[in-house]
Design a protein around this ligand. Structure first.
Ligand code: TXA
Ligand code: MG
Length: 323
């Protein structure tokens, strides 16, 4: 049993309560293979409003809609391009979000744009919840806006203490958000690097346009939600080429480092060493940042990860955490 009363096992009773809340225009946090989502009936203005309020999310940032089947996804779209058909067949259920033209009859789902972001999550509990509720579920990551995304049920409650219910599906296996791909452009465009690597996408669609990795606030935002500071721990966070060059005398204690296997580092109060494999690193990253926040560290020095496409999503999140 969990220390938090809002956390429920995803058994018949937990699902029943979740469906009841969703049908009553309330919200429920649920596990996905990427991170935990804060779910709401995608067509309830009241429920969507509650998501924005609980997260303190700016109203211009639209939500991803989760569905159980490709047919349900097509119904939300005004156009379902060939690329969507192929990508859905190859990667759904899975950590890929597709942005397509939104069906004209749809209102709500957050921001007033004419596109919609959709995915089928690859998590048994999420799929059971979608099936049992019969709803399309808008769900952003279940954390306060700009803070670290949750990969466990406890992370959700700590970030959103007011959340009425969290279905506990254990730790998220990917541990990093879905890859967001815009299919409304002539060439599919990467809006947010994420769990699914570009190489896998290219094998199915051919060329993919990638914008600059670094997007300053005020500059064109590739995905509306990609503000420069995001995924940020409470501690002051610095990204470094070489941790041995840090001026430790100038740091507020207690200080920590976050690095990966095989690179040198000096002793610190707290040390988190993650895998040198990008997928394993990503899977542990948010949990490690949550641990450091929980430990009350004042400063986190982060070893810059290697260059190269395999580390794209991790580099993106670390740059935002440290911005
Ligand atoms: O892995 C994930 O994608 C998780 C799980 C819960 O599914 N969800 C997630 O949601 O990360 P959120 O709200 O934290 O991030 C959604 C991203 C944001 O960058 C948002 O701006 C973008 O998707 N997005 C949503 N709708 C969009 C649209 N119509 N056009 C372009 N970008 C959109
Ligand atoms: Mg988020």
């Amino acid at each position: 049993m969990s220390a938090f009363p809002q956390i429920a096992a995803p058994d018949a009773e937990g699902l029943r309560r979740a469906v009841e809340l969703l049908r009553a225009d309330s919200v429920v946090a649920f596990p996905t293979e990427t991170v935990y989502g804060l779910g709401a009936n995608a067509f309830s203005r009241q429920a969507i409003g509650e998501v924005y309020r609980l997260k303190n999310r700016p109203g211009w940032n639209p939500l991803i809609v989760h569905v159980a089947t490709v047919d349900a996804a097509r119904e939300l779209a005004a156009e379902w391009p060939e690329a969507a058909e192929k990508l859905a067949a190859a990667f759904w259920p899975g950590p890929l979000t597709l942005v397509v033209r939104r069906a004209a009859h749809l209102a709500g789902v957050g921001a007033d744009n004419d596109t919609i972001a959709i995915r089928i999550p690859a998590h048994e509990v999420a799929l059971r919840l979608l099936a049992a509720s019969g709803l399309a579920l808008a769900a952003p990551s279940a954390n306060r806006s700009e803070s670290i995304s949750p990969t466990t049920a406890e992370h959700v409650v700590r970030s959103l203490p007011e959340v009425p219910l969290v279905l506990d599906g254990g730790p998220s296996s990917w541990g990093i958000e879905s890859t967001v791909l815009d299919l409304t452009t002539p060439v599919p465009t990467l809006l947010r690097p994420g769990a699914l690597p570009l190489r896998a996408l290219r094998d199915v669609t051919g060329a993919i346009a990638v914008r600059d990795e670094e997007t300053a606030d005020g500059a064109a935002r590739p995905s509306p939600g990609m503000s420069r500071r995001h995924y940020a721990p409470r501690a002051k966070t610095l990204l470094m080429r070489d941790l041995r060059e840090a001026d430790r005398a100038g740091l507020t204690a207690p200080s920590a480092i976050l690095t990966y296997e095989g690179v040198g580092y000096p002793p610190y109060d707290i040390v988190e060493v993650l895998s040198a494999d990008p997928r394993e690193f990503a899977a542990d990253l948010y949990a490690a940042l949550h641990r450091l926040d929980d430990a009350g560290v004042a400063t986190i020095l982060i070893q810059e990860p290697p260059d190269g496409e395999d580390w794209l999503a991790v580099r993106d999140r670390l740059a935002r955490a440290a911005a």
